[in-house]
Ligand binder design. Structure first.
Ligand code: NAP
Length: 358
């Protein structure tokens, strides 16, 4: 038995990864319907060795017959079109933030709250990438020792801001290297003055308010009056919804770094009960979707370059927190496009089949 699966946003970073993940996991796709904006109408994509033509949303009179629609085309597209798919009988799994906090839309991470998919009314939301990897790592600790407070700092890859953001990092890095070469500069010649001169010549980033190459931007999404950003608030409110616990507090600082794929997070956790790093390592090693890489003596800890292209959440540097007592500190890394978006959504679609909801 196969399913008719639409991918909305198929030409984007997440959309392209949907195709890979569906193939790799051998998802029972009987018919694929690739969709993007009118700009991509007529483009060709390949799935399981077969070529498909991309269509625009406006090309459809009806979405009847579609079983599952995987959306990754931004919030406004989702707000307008997801209800139309749902009204025609499809179950939408949406990657944007448009529906996440709606009370009747489940927000699901399969390793944490799989049963919530059963409550769907046509739309299921995929959480924010930074939240997904954090809750996968927190859940086993929560079950063992309870969690009161979390302080997290993120180091987020440019791919989290889409295909144009990846292009920004490539263009600026190339321009930077070219400027050094043209000036005949080696490492002994560098100074803040020369760097400032080169910076002034770099092509401006299209997706970021500042230079992204060789920089770190403590700014993801828009700022609120209290000084936190929308991305930082997502880490608080989405965590509470997924964990079904409104008492957990999360104070986040989200930072964009010049990494292509893979978000990293430094997480301090105040637990309810004492839990030793050894015990945390033991339970995390057995937790679904988690790989513990924690041998600092051999320089072994999770790194975004190794997490890229993988579906698991990697956890390391597990140690007793020096401020929170009882508490733990750890370093958590995952591919933001895979576990942070496409893989999590495909896992949700797999749950729909498992629970006989589709
Ligand atoms: P992207 O690379 O910029 O791709 C955007 C996709 O949306 C493209 O396929 C684009 O089609 C399509 N699209 C844009 N406007 C559309 C419209 N009016 N109608 C139909 N399709 C339209 O972005 P992305 O990184 O894949 O992210 C897509 C969504 O997933 C966003 O909502 C994002 O917040 C969410 N998300 C991303 C990540 C991540 O880490 N990247 C993680 C979680 C969630 P064209 O090529 O035709 O323009």
């Amino acid at each position: 038995m196969g399913y008719k699966v639409a991918i909305v946003g198929v030409t984007g970073e997440v959309g392209k990864t949907f195709l890979k993940v569906l193939e790799e996991r051998n998802f029972p796709v009987e018919e694929l319907i690739p969709i993007a904006s009118a700009r991509s109408r007529g483009k060709k994509i390949t799935f399981r060795g077969k070529e498909y033509t991309v269509r625009a949303l406006e090309d459809f009179d009806s979405f009847k017959g579609i079983d599952i629609a995987l959306f990754s085309a931004g919030g406004s597209t989702s707000k307008e079109w997801a209800p139309k798919f749902a009204a025609d009988g499809a179950i939408v799994v949406d990657n944007s933030s448009a529906w996440r906090m709606e009370p009747d839309v489940p927000l699901v991470v399969p390793e944490v709250n799989p049963e919530d998919v059963k409550e769907h009314k046509g739309i299921i939301a995929n959480p924010n990438c930074s939240t997904i990897q954090m809750v996968v790592a927190l859940k086993p600790i929560y079950d063992e020792a309870g969690i009161k407070n979390v302080i997290v700092s993120t180091y987020q890859a440019v791919s989290g801001a889409g295909a144009k953001a990846i292009a920004d990092l490539i263009r600026q890095t190339k321009a930077w290297c070219k400027a050094l070469e043209e000036r005949g500069l080696g490492e002994e010649d560098l100074s803040p003055e020369i760097l400032a001169e080169i910076q002034a010549e770099l092509p401006p980033a299209r997706k970021f308010p500042h230079q992204i190459a060789f920089n770190a931007l403590p700014h993801i999404d828009r700022f609120f009056e209290d000084g936190y950003t929308r991305e930082e608030n997502k880490m608080l409110f989405e965590t509470r919804k997924i964990m079904h616990d409104n008492n957990i507090n999360v104070s986040a600082t989200c930072v964009r770094v010049p990494v292509f794929y893979g978000h990293s997070e430094s997480i301090s956790i105040q637990t309810e009960k004492e839990i030793t790093p050894e015990r945390a390592r033991e339970i995390l090693s057995k937790a679904p979707g988690v790989v513990v890489v924690d041998n600092p003596a051999e320089n072994e800890y999770p790194l975004p370059i190794y997490a890229a292209g993988k579906d698991e959440v990697f956890v390391g540097r597990i140690r007793k927190d020096r401020v929170f007592d009882p508490g733990l500190n750890m370093w958590v890394v995952a591919d933001n496009i895979r576990k942070g978006a496409a893989t999590n959504a495909v896992q949700i679609a797999e749950l729909l089949i498992k629970y006989g909801l589709v």
